[in-house]
Design a protein around this ligand. Structure first.
Ligand SMILES: NC(=O)c1ccc[n+]([C@@H]2O[C@H](COP(=O)([O-])OP(=O)(O)OC[C@H]3O[C@@H](n4cnc5c(N)ncnc54)[C@H](OP(=O)(O)O)[C@@H]3O)[C@@H](O)[C@H]2O)c1
Length: 511
């Protein structure tokens, strides 16, 4: 399989471009009337249509209990698109063209009869649209329905084993949404169920964070520049911080969040995927499996923390007012915030703490990784005290919002004295390239159509990250710890500040 990246030939070191256009196919969206489809999937496909990225022979088939009336379905999706495109008017002509590609099948995914009708409908679409039997099947349903949908799809002959690139046979790829299980045991079971139906190469476990341009840029920054990699290790880096902060609370999804909590919602998937990209060894090539091998090694090397809270390396928090949210138990102990000191037990990172922090209802919305370099080794500027005033270098990768990279360096303050201050070199995506990075789902849907699984999680990655997270979750539940209550709009619980203070460090301010 080819690399997911290539340079645009006429631009030298210009922007990274997608390489190949996808071939004919049907995108079969299970749960087309749901929130994710309306807010993200259909708008992403529509945008790909508007930019000419979709193949000519392409169709969308939706399945849900209420997807049957095609005109009503198109209208509903069109209205949702308008609602979710507040800053730019929807190109009506493009929508008419795109919506003509959408049809739906109404049915309960638990019932085999639904799949008989679905199979017949897909054959008709193949005839009408020239989609050659190629299927991108997206399971955007409640997670409890994933195993049934997979089994029924196989029994009805809609998914088939085999089918590989270069083969004349049609292909089938199945995208499985998060959460992929709710602990290690259930993730293993779901993997087994999926692998009874499909080969690993046809299973696309989606984590939309990996589709973000800034997350992909972690690869490019590390391995497309000669200056960073020599410094990327325990000799030069003092510690790393990864923050995923939201300003919103659970906004009506209290019942869901009670089952999930911050560890399952953010840490097990998004945060550990970003950590793996930041900490992995250089792959031998940019092939999907080479990159995934390197990421899996990092996740496997995470030091277990079976009793994290007692050791003082994990802090749990819950925002003030969480227990009054709809669907939340009055005595809920579900954490909406976590901060921890994690370690990667390998040569490169031995002794370098990775401080991880995620939470809701915080001061600002920010996803950011910062690499804090060691202090200068020898003082040339006056006395030791002056040199201690020099802040160590910090390299920040801002994943959202204001996507970009900044580097904090020491500089002489203008004047007759030798006075030293910190300045920041700042690169912002939007300013540099004149446009905002595209939506993650566009990239991921297109990659799936092209059969490029680089930005999707492999079985072992998912299981290693669950192995790390599940034992922490179990310790939390066993210990019955009360999370510390923190004020909405704050930086989180005081104990999180204390965690770093004890180590002689401090968190990067939240906005
Ligand atoms: N929403 C997000 O922002 C988001 C983000 C990340 C991951 N996800 C994941 O994406 C998946 C979908 O989430 P969502 O928020 O879109 O859920 P949702 O709004 O509840 O939508 C669920 C969809 O599944 C259909 N459905 C449910 N039961 C069905 C059945 N028995 N037979 C046929 N269709 C059925 C529903 O349609 P009918 O009721 O008409 O049948 C609806 O179209 C979940 O796994 C979720 O964890 C969502």
């Amino acid at each position: 399989m080819s690399s997911p990246f290539s340079l645009q030939a006429d631009q030298g070191a210009g922007p990274l471009m997608r390489d190949s256009a996808p071939g004919p196919c049907v995108a079969l969206l299970f749960g087309i009337t749901g929130d994710l489809s309306q807010r993200k999937l259909v708008p992403a496909l529509f945008h790909l249509e508007s930019t000419g990225a979709l193949p000519e022979n392409f169709a969308v088939v939706g399945l849900s209990r209420s997807a049957g009336d095609v005109e009503a379905l198109r209208r509903k999706l069109g209205e949702a698109l308008e609602r979710h495109s507040p800053n730019a008017p929807v190109d009506r002509a493009a929508w008419e063209r795109f919506s003509a590609r959408i049809t739906g099948v109404s049915g309960n995914l638990e019932e085999s009869e639904t799949y008989e009708r679905l199979g017949a409908h897909l054959s008709e679409v193949d005839q009408a649209r020239g989609t050659l039997g190629n299927r991108l099947i997206y399971l955007s349903t409640p997670p409890s329905a994933f195993p049934t949908a997979l089994t029924q799809l196989k029994q009805a002959g809609i998914v088939r084993h085999a089918v590989e690139a270069g083969s004349e046979l049609p292909w089938t790829r199945v995208v499985i949404e998060k959460p992929f299980g709710h602990d290690l045991a259930s993730a293993r079971t779901l993997n087994q169920q999926a692998l009874e139906v499909l080969g690993e190469e046809h299973i696309y476990r989606i984590d939309h964070y990996l589709g973000k341009e800034t997350v992909q840029n972690i690869f490019v920054m590390r391995f497309g520049n000669a200056i960073f990699e020599p410094l990327w290790n325990r000799q030069h880096i003092d510690h790393v911080q990864i923050t995923m902060a939201e300003t919103i609370g659970v906004v009506g999804r209290g019942r869901f969040y009670e089952e999930t909590g911050v560890l399952r919602d953010i840490v097990q998937n998004h945060l550990l995927q970003v950590l793996a990209l930041c900490a992995m060894e250089p792959p031998v090539s940019f092939e999907a499996d080479e990159i995934r091998n390197m990421k899996a090694q990092v996740l496997r090397s995470l030091r277990p923390m079976p009793n994290g809270s007692e050791e003082g390396s994990i802090v749990w928090g819950q925002y003030e007012g969480y227990r009054a949210e709809d669907g939340v138990a009055k005595n809920s102990k579900t954490p909406t915030f976590v901060a921890m000191r994690a370690h990667i037990d390998n040569w490169r990172w031995n002794g370098v703490p990775f401080y991880l922090r995620a939470g809701k209802a915080l001061k600002s919305r920010v996803t950011e990784v910062s690499f804090h370099f060691k202090s200068i080794p020898f003082c040339l500027f006056g006395d030791e005290q002056t040199c201690q005033m020099i802040d160590p270098n910090v390299l920040k990768l801002r994943i959202q919002p204001n996507e970009g990279i900044s580097m904090q360096i020491a500089c002489k303050v203008p004047g007759e004295d030798l006075s030293i201050g910190g300045v920041t070199m700042d690169f912002q995506y939007e300013g540099a390239f004149g446009r905002k990075p595209p939506e993650a789902y566009e990239r991921l849907l297109l990659d799936c159509m092209r059969g490029d699984a680089t930005l999707f999680a492999r079985r072992d990655e998912v299981e290693y990250s669950w192995a790390f997270s599940s034992q922490i979750q179990e310790a939390l539940e066993r210990g019955g710890n009360e999370p510390e209550v923190y004020a909405r709009g704050s930086e989180g619980p005081g104990a999180a500040r204390e965690l770093l203070r004890r180590d002689g460090r401090s968190w990067v301010n939240l906005g």
